[in-house]
Write a protein that binds this ligand. Structure first.
Ligand code: SF4
Ligand code: SF4
Length: 342
């Protein structure tokens, strides 16, 4: 399908069409933060933000999610009765999602739906009912490094539509068939508008001046990296707060707990973090990642060594820079990865 061009003044028509089938969410300013909120009119949409504070992974993998209910029926002797929670009852569209965050979903798809195992149905249900309309980055942050981890400011992976902001107009690229139906009625873009979008892509890519090199990490053995003395220095300032993991669009550790009240309860899954010593604490008291050094090493080894090995080369990082921005002790993922690579 040809690229389309839409005046921002006419965006409400597209939003109205989407609202017939989807609940629409988009980034919105809240004080100094940019958060995901249900979208209002086109005039309320943000166009000049770098990225949302929290990644949109919460739409598929909520911070707290009820997995099932259970009751203990003593009276009629049924014992424990488990009930599934209903599937998501609506379809949702995430508008103005950044390409790095959409790419993160393709990585998490590999985690939650690995070939040899049954798919995580909670993840899969919400993924199938969601439309992703991306907004290309034209002004990357100093902490962005997507171009060195198989992504980019105009990357299309994971998206249904990519929009490029050309000022008063948006250039729309349909990426999947479900997007083609939605934007089919919109006018085709001119050669000049397509060229403007291409120029913006090149300028945004060139504006990303930092990156990571992971070539040697893949050729080194796990033990070479695992036993390297670099971890002594890297782990020193970390306070194991877990901030980096909660903000990260690809971190996916969770814990499952049963919350009970008299004779009924809920099975809940909560985000967890490999930075917490409790995460790997065994009931025996033994903890295989008992030191801070073990836990810091795990986070980086998981993303840059174990995941590519297990998941056909997929690095567990999309270069969004959130962990570097939010870390209270200024640990910079780029420095760590480049040290690993050296
Ligand atoms: S945010 Fe920084 S201090 Fe906190 S766990 Fe992550 S690396 Fe450590
Ligand atoms: S590791 Fe840091 S830069 Fe990479 S995806 Fe996670 S938050 Fe973004």
């Amino acid at each position: 399908m040809s690229d389309k061009i839409l005046k921002k003044d006419n965006l409400d028509q597209l939003l109205d069409k989407l609202r017939q089938d989807y609940q629409i969410y988009a980034p919105a300013r809240q004080g100094a933060s940019v958060v995901w909120e249900q979208a209002g009119n086109a005039e309320d949409l943000l166009w000049d933000f770098s990225n949302t504070d929290m990644s949109p992974k919460q739409f598929f993998f909520p911070q707290t999610e009820r997995l099932m209910h259970f009751t203990n029926s003593y009276e009629d002797n049924q014992g424990m009765v488990m009930q599934e929670v209903p599937e998501m009852q609506h379809k949702q569209a995430l508008l103005n999602i950044r390409p790095c965050d959409a790419k993160a979903f393709t990585i998490l798809d590999k985690v939650f739906c690995q070939d040899e195992y049954p798919c995580d149905t909670y993840w899969e249900d919400k993924r199938e009912k969601t439309l992703l309309i991306g907004l290309a980055c034209k002004d990357p942050c100093p902490t962005c490094f997507c171009t060195s981890v198989n992504s980019g400011p105009h990357n299309q992976e994971g998206l249904d539509v990519l929009m490029v902001d050309l000022g008063d107009e948006l250039l729309l690229k349909a990426i999947t068939p479900k997007a083609e139906d939605i934007i089919a009625d919109i006018s085709d873009a001119s050669e000049d508008q397509i060229k403007q979008a291409e120029n913006q892509k090149q300028e945004a890519e060139q504006a990303i001046s930092t990156g990571v090199n992971t070539n040697n990490i893949q050729s080194k053995t796990v033990l070479d990296l695992y036993e390297s003395p670099i971890w002594d220095r890297i782990q020193e300032p970390c306070i194991n707060c877990g901030t980096c993991t909660f903000y990260c669009p690809t971190c996916h550790c969770f814990d499952i707990q049963d919350e009970t009240q008299s004779d009924y309860g809920h099975r809940i899954r909560n985000w967890d973090t490999c930075m917490s010593w409790l995460f790997t604490q065994h009931t025996s008291g033994h903890n295989p990642r008992g030191s801070k050094r073990d836990r810091v090493r795990q986070r980086f080894m998981h993303k840059f060594k174990y995941m590519p090995f297990k998941l056909d080369g997929a690095i567990g990082c999309v270069g969004c820079g959130r962990c570097t921005q939010k870390c209270p002790v200024n640990i910079d993922v780029r420095e760590v990865v480049n040290k690993m690579n050296e």
